[in-house]
Write a protein that binds this ligand. Structure first.
Ligand code: Z5A
Ligand code: MG
Length: 238
């Protein structure tokens, strides 16, 4: 049970395509519910999910991109529309901003939020296309900052073994390789203390192992946060 004086923990799961983010987010959600910890899943691009919704459709790989901006992003990812790289980057960020207030309210009400991708994906995918790293970071400055980000690391080769990449825009081995390089830079910055600590803790998890082994590893990092967090939410990079 969470401590009623504490807010919920804000936990982000990041990683490459097929690294198992959604699998682990759903497993973690179930485990927290089993421990009587109120929890909500949020997916970006997307909207807020209850676990019952997650159970019915989350595993079916149906992208949950149901806000107005989420629909525009969905169309772009499916290559049904073309957008300038800067424009789509700002839409991904706007999608986080349109859900930021409800996310904050949920946390302050004592509910833990598990977020499947967040601002770090925004930077990694756009910077991998050649946009400036600093420019990519700017629109997400002062969003609610996670208490903990778990980066599920996997080689593109290993990820490909998991059923191959799909049809969406970024689902190509070379793209994933470049994205992984940007994530590696971010991970170094966030763990070396070369930046302020307003981004929260960053933990890299070897996601190339079996589902249950990865889940146990993740749980060791979540357990200290499960009863809630004292103090206000930080703001990303500010
Ligand atoms: N994007 C962006 O550009 N800018 C942004 O700001 C944001 C996102 C937020 C859509 O994301 C795209 O949006 C994404 C980045 C971009 N493009 N790409 N690539 P998405 O979140 O909707 O899609 P995704 O997460 O990349 O794909 P995914 O398929 O949902 O990956 P996943 O969630 O990491 O994996 P999974 O669904 O849990 O598992 C994939 C398969 O592997 C499945 O068959 C599992 O049963 C299997 N699996 C999972 N774990 C294991 C282990 N441990 N062993 C073996 N097999 C496993
Ligand atoms: Mg997923």
């Amino acid at each position: 049970m969470p401590d009623s004086k504490k807010r919920g923990a804000f936990i982000v799961i990041e990683g490459l395509d097929r690294s198992g983010k959604s699998t682990q987010a759903a497993k973690l959600c179930e485990r927290l519910e089993h421990e009587d910890i109120p929890v909500k899943l949020q997916k970006f691009p997307g909207t807020c999910l209850s676990l019952s919704y997650a159970k019915s459709t989350y595993f079916a790989s149906v992208p949950d991109r149901t806000t107005t901006i989420g629909k525009m992003i969905d169309s772009y990812l499916r290559s049904e529309s073309e957008l300038d790289d800067h424009t789509i980057h700002l839409l991904f960020s706007a999608n986080r901003w349109e859900l930021a207030n409800s996310l904050e309210k949920t946390l302050n009400a004592g509910t833990t939020v598990l977020c499947d991708r967040y601002a770090f994906s925004g930077i990694a995918f756009s910077a991998s296309k050649g946009l400036s790293y600093e420019w990519c970071r700017a629109p997400d400055v002062s969003l609610p900052a996670p208490d903990l980000t778990l980066f599920l690391d996997i080689t593109p080769e290993k990820a490909k073994e998991r059923g191959g990449y799909g049809e969406e825009r970024y689902e190509k081995e070379e793209t994933q390789r470049r994205v992984r390089q940007v994530f590696a830079r971010m991970g170094e910055e966030m763990t070396s203390g070369s930046q302020d600590s307003s981004h929260g803790q960053w933990i890299t998890v070897d996601a190339g192992r079996g589902v249950d082994i990865v889940a146990e590893d993740i749980w060791t990092h979540i357990r200290p946060l499960a009863s809630g967090v004292s103090g206000p939410l930080n703001r990303l990079w500010s």
